[in-house]
Design a binder for this molecule. Structure first.
Ligand code: NI
Length: 133
């Protein structure tokens, strides 16, 4: 790697609080792989975070309607009334990455949503559940 690039990398490591270069590299590779899964349609999990003004006409109804359309994918939703006007919603979902992407797009692009962020991760290969008796 060129010296200048490496110096920039070291500054990033310092800023982000990684213990060392290999920890930072592992994290970068994992993030890239998550992005790859996002594009592939493989099983994934995601959180979708929204901040919006609930006074915007029909926005609350719209967001609820979209979530009902994806009821099979949504694991849980957390709603916080931030202040008189604003709501924070965090939605956890699982399913084929492409479906989660479509869900996230519909929610974050809904008119009136001020801030929308998605974090997606590949779902580790499934192992059979252990049953205790
Ligand atoms: Ni609220």
């Amino acid at each position: 790697m060129e010296r200048e690039l490496l110096q920039d990398f070291d500054r990033l490591i310092e800023k982000k609080g990684y213990a060392n270069r290999s920890e930072a590299l592992r994290d970068l590779v994992r993030r890239e792989l998550d992005q790859e899964v996002w594009r592939s349609g493989k099983p994934a999990v995601a959180t979708i975070t929204l901040v919006y003004d609930h006074h915007v006409r029909e926005l609350t109804e719209r967001l609820t309607e979209i979530q009902h359309d994806y009821g099979d994918n949504i694991l849980s939703a957390l709603h916080v009334h931030l202040d008189h006007d604003h709501c924070l919603e965090v939605i956890a979902a699982r399913g084929p990455a492409r479906e989660l992407e479509a869900l996230a797009d519909r929610l974050t692009n809904a008119k009136g949503v001020q801030s929308g962020k998605v974090v997606a991760a590949a779902l580790p290969a499934a192992r059979p559940r252990k049953r205790s008796r």
